[in-house]
Design a protein around this ligand. Structure first.
Ligand code: ARG
Length: 560
């Protein structure tokens, strides 16, 4: 708010040479808080007006006047303004209190629909770290979108089709053991899949067998179909355990196979638009103009592929939801695929194709290398989650053995730690997998945040916080850094959504909790005169912290 007011005043003072938007963009936060709360650099103005930047800042300073500012000063070519602390504090706290659940909310989404393609694990394979990333990042982006006024539709596009199932069926046909698979489906299926790859490297005829089985599946051969359905069922059961632990659900679980008998219209349209070309017996859409390799649509043996299903699914999603944006939260190794899909949709004449966006994220690496199922290099996520919960449980037993709902709290803490560990990194970066890091509860972690929340809540109870009393006279400036952060929350939400980047919220929450802990350590809150006003600030802190954690998909226990 104050940044807008500052920009508005400057634009009135500067006339038409500089637009308000440009001025707004220039405004910075001074490196040191003692220099002011906002700073406007006058170097560009100096060139235009042929005066020194300091002179310009000095001329402007006395003309900046508004209740929200207490002072304006020229300093080193910058015009620095100071916020009126009691005015801003009062305004901020009242905003939070008016409707706590709406604080940080925006309306710009205007009820438009965002479709998110997320999670999308592959059946008959373990749920990988990459799928965890897609699940938690997608979930956080969906929560942010809702907070900005959008409707969201979360779709789990299960990987339940493709040539790899031919290989799996061939493998099952050779070494499958029904009982073993029933006892531990994903492990056993992965095992025979890996075995198949090893054997195929010595014996190429196996590759052929795999292809034949896939062909059978495509032709709806009853045996192939029945096995495939069974693999799918047992896989989904396993995945659901993970979603349950994570506390994440979907509006629609629909796999690739759903589109199998819906692809003819896609072919027809591609043909009608003259986009399909033969290439070595296969059918492709050339993307030379776009500087991309051709997008393969149908293989020489007639089978369809990943891209064909994605094209069909996108068209189907637009028909069903008329989305404003379709986000695909998928690892950056699929960037080319999504560029091709988007370009082909554009060439097909769909104006909405411009709103199809790939939201890439980095890989989880093990010793600097990609983890691959084929080489059996994945880490079982369910085990990681359970280990985290177990560790939380031991901590609770040690520190608060008489806590109520111990197992529920352990779950919130353990799972929270794993989710936060992922979301605090900029999503685009690769992350080296470290179980130790994931299971740390100290430092920049969810348990640290949850603990700050619990500490603040207990202050409210001990100090008999009264919601009805509305004095916001805090009477000391130790509170200022915390107030300023609480005030920033709505902007952080907006920025975080604009960049589809939950790490902005994660980092903000760490700053927020640190500011609170510092305040808590420095001032004897419960002994202060204007206790209820101070507790109002503490209360506002709990609201924002809990809301921010919820955006990330992390729960907040009341006690721990
Ligand atoms: N199942 C795929 C994989 O694990 C990811 C699917 C992503 N979504 C999509 N619409 N292509 O690689």
């Amino acid at each position: 708010m104050e940044k807008h007011i500052f920009a508005l005043q400057l634009s009135h003072l500067l006339g038409e040479t500089f637009t308000r938007e440009w001025i707004y963009e220039q405004i910075e936060t001074p490196k040191q808080a003692s220099l002011g709360d906002l700073a406007f650099p006058c170097f560009q103005l100096a060139k235009t007006f042929r005066k020194s930047p300091s002179d310009i800042a000095a001329e402007l300073a006395p003309k900046i006047k508004h209740d929200v500012f207490s002072d304006a000063k020229s300093n080193g070519g910058y015009l620095n303004v100071f916020l009126n602390q009691s005015f801003v504090t009062d305004h901020t706290l009242k905003q939070v209190l008016t409707d706590p659940s709406l604080y940080g909310h925006h309306d710009f989404g205007d009820g438009k629909t965002i479709v998110l393609d997320m999670s999308a694990p592959n059946i008959a394979k373990p749920f990988s770290m990459g799928h965890l990333r897609s699940t938690v990042i997608g979930n956080a982006i969906a929560n942010l979108a809702k907070k900005c006024g959008y409707e969201t539709i979360k779709i789990n596009y299960i990987g339940d089709y493709g040539t790899q199932f031919g290989k799996l069926l061939a493998a099952y046909n050779k070494w499958g053991d029904e009982q073993k698979i029933k006892a531990n489906p994903l492990k056993q299926l992965t095992k025979i899949y890996v075995k198949f790859h090893e054997a195929a490297s010595e014996n190429p005829s196996l590759v052929e067998e795999g292809r034949d089985w896939f062909k059978k599946l495509e032709q709806q051969d009853p045996e192939a179909l029945q096995l495939w359905k069974w693999f799918k069922e047992v896989s989904l059961e396993e995945f659901n355990k993970i979603y349950e632990l994570l506390g994440i659900s979907f509006d629609l679980t629909r796999g690739e196979a759903y589109y199998n008998n819906k692809m003819e219209p896609t072919f027809d349209l591609l043909k009608e638009k003259g986009l399909l070309e033969e290439s070595e017996g296969a059918q492709v859409v050339r993307l030379d103009q776009e500087n991309l390799p051709p997008c393969l649509i149908r293989k020489s043996n007639g089978t369809t592929i990943y891209a064909t299903r994605d094209l069909t699914a996108a068209i189907d999603r637009f028909q069903s939801y008329q989305f404003d944006e379709a986000l695909y939260v998928v690892g950056h190794e699929q960037t080319l695929h999504f560029q091709q899909v988007k370009r082909v949709l554009e060439k097909m004449g769909f104006s909405w194709a411009k709103n199809v966006k790939h939201i890439p994220f980095g890989m989880m690496l093990k010793d600097g290398k990609k983890m691959s199922t084929r080489q059996g290099k994945t880490i079982l996520l369910e085990e990681v989650l359970k280990e985290a919960v177990q560790k939380a449980s031991i901590n609770i037993e040690e520190k608060s053995p008489s806590l109520k709902d111990k197992s529920e709290v352990a779950k919130q803490v353990g799972v929270g730690a794993v989710i936060f560990h992922d979301l605090k990194h900029d999503r685009r970066n690769d992350v080296e997998f470290s179980l130790d890091d994931m299971l740390t509860f100290e430092g920049n972690t969810a348990p640290y945040l949850q603990y700050a929340y619990v500490r603040a809540s207990s202050l409210l109870t001990k100090g008999n916080f009264d919601h009805e009393v509305t004095s916001t006279e805090l009477g000391d400036s130790l509170t200022w850094p915390l107030v300023k952060l609480i005030r920033e929350y709505p902007y952080v939400v907006k920025e975080s959504y604009a960049n589809y980047d939950p790490s902005k919220i994660a980092k903000y929450l760490l700053d927020l909790a640190k500011a609170f802990n510092k305040y808590y350590a420095e001032s004897k809150i419960l002994e202060s005169d204007n206790l209820n006003a101070k507790l109002t600030l503490v209360y506002a802190f709990t609201i924002v912290l809990k809301d921010g954690l919820a955006l990330l998909g992390i729960e907040t226990p009341e006690k721990m």
